[in-house]
Design a protein around this ligand. Structure first.
Ligand code: HEC
Ligand code: HEC
Ligand code: HEC
Ligand code: HEC
Ligand code: HEC
Length: 254
């Protein structure tokens, strides 16, 4: 790789960031970069969708959109692992043995189990556990009054699945968001980034310790779901860190 080609990629990164900023400014998005009102906001979903069937019926509405992933503030610092949770997150550990991870003859870095930050995503998106299955509930929440079905992000036609209604007829199909436990057709995750040492000619070295200037982020030098997606920023289509047309070439040289 030459210094010149490196420069070109950097300027692409910079111009994408600028365009992003301009777009945000132009649309005057007061809610830019917030989870509130996005697909990951499970509070007040009935009111948002104009139905009576979701919050409190299909799943518990904890009143805060954050606690479906993060510890409630009053439980900050608690050891979720002690309760079977994913370390650092307010969700139970999925059955990690069930995952079939991506593999190929050419893959440098093979992995057995997804890292905690990807298990966070899979704990809903694999469709095996209900979306409200958090380790802790906020203090103000009345568990005695809970009458919800605790349904799962699963497209299957089962009473316990969102797919019971979200089948493309009664409501938008949820199947495409249901990734399942077979990850062999998805981009590999939780492997150490192959471009770290700049020895693999197929991958760009990262711009800094966190990853790339366009926001594509490495976690402990690994590629995770949150490398490509930022659930906190619904302004980019499919919560991607950078538009799909630029995403792959952030890392892949050819
Ligand atoms: C769907 C899961 C999810 C929900 C819901 C969620 N977050 Fe996050 N949050 C994450 C992930 C994943 C990260 C790590 C992201 C990163 O490294 O950029 C994170 C990181 C953060 C951080 C640290 C930011 C940083 O730069 O390290 C803060 C603060 C935060 N979230 C606040 C909130 C608040 C407040 C809410 C509710 C309004 C919320 N989150 C809802 C998943 C979630
Ligand atoms: C608490 C459950 C839950 C967790 C945890 C969760 N998601 Fe989601 N996610 C959902 C639901 C529900 C939807 C919307 C499904 C629908 O309406 O079709 C969704 C939608 C998405 C979408 C599609 C957004 C769109 O605009 O269509 C992406 C991408 C996504 N999630 C990525 C992630 C990533 C990455 C993580 C981990 C950092 C994560 N999710 C964690 C429940 C969750
Ligand atoms: C009893 C039927 C039913 C169940 C069960 C159900 N939904 Fe819905 N949902 C609907 C209907 C009807 C709508 C409105 C039509 C649409 O958006 O397709 C809707 C809309 C939504 C929306 C869009 C809200 C908006 O901003 O307009 C999301 C996100 C959503 N549902 C997520 C879920 C998730 C996640 C589950 C499972 C945990 C679920 N729903 C379970 C019936 C249901
Ligand atoms: C290398 C980047 C990358 C990684 C890693 C990644 N994704 Fe994605 N994801 C994408 C892209 C690009 C799309 C949109 C195109 C597509 O559907 O393939 C997408 C689409 C999605 C969608 C929406 C599907 C749809 O079309 O509505 C969900 C949900 C999702 N990803 C969740 C995840 C989860 C959970 C993980 C970790 C297990 C993950 N992603 C890892 C790049 C990535
Ligand atoms: C954050 C950096 C990063 C981004 C962004 C990224 N990839 Fe990757 N990709 C990797 C790494 C690292 C590997 C695994 C390399 C290894 O260990 O051999 C990989 C592996 C792959 C493989 C499997 C190659 C094999 O040898 O089996 C395919 C296919 C792939 N990526 C396609 C894509 C596509 C398409 C996109 C854009 C949607 C994308 N990647 C975005 C880093 C990235």
């Amino acid at each position: 790789m030459t210094a010149k080609s490196r420069l070109t990629v950097n300027s692409v990164h910079i111009s994408t960031a600028l365009v992003g900023m301009l777009l945000v400014a132009a649309c005057g998005l007061a809610q830019a970069g917030t989870i509130l009102g996005s697909k990951h906001d499970f509070t007040g979903l009935n009111e948002k969708a104009g139905v009576v069937a979701m919050s409190r019926v299909a799943f518990a509405d904890y009143g805060s959109p954050c606690v479906y992933c993060h510890l409630p503030p009053e439980k900050e610092g608690a050891d979720t692992e002690e309760f079977g949770g994913i370390p650092g997150w307010n969700r139970y550990q999925p059955a990690t043995g069930a995952y079939e991870l991506y593999d190929s003859r050419t893959l440098d870095n093979k992995v057995r189990t997804p890292s905690p930050i990807s298990l966070l995503c899979l704990s809903c998106h694999d469709g095996t556990m209900s979306v409200d299955m958090t380790v802790f509930q906020p203090d103000g929440w009345d568990s005695a009054a809970d009458a919800s079905l605790h349904v799962r992000l699963n497209g299957g036609n089962d009473l316990m699945n969102c797919g019971k209604c979200h089948n493309g007829y009664a409501a938008h199909s949820i199947e495409i968001k249901h990734i399942g436990s077979d990850l062999q057709n998805d981009h590999p995750i939780s492997m150490t980034y192959a471009g770290l040492t700049a020895r693999d000619p197929d991958y760009w070295p990262p711009d800094n310790a966190d990853g790339f200037e366009n926001g594509v982020k490495l976690y402990d030098n690994r590629v995770e779901c949150a490398t490509c997606h930022n659930v906190h920023n619904p302004d980019v289509n499919l919560l991607l860190r950078t538009g799909a047309e630029r995403l792959c070439e952030t890392c892949h040289i050819k």
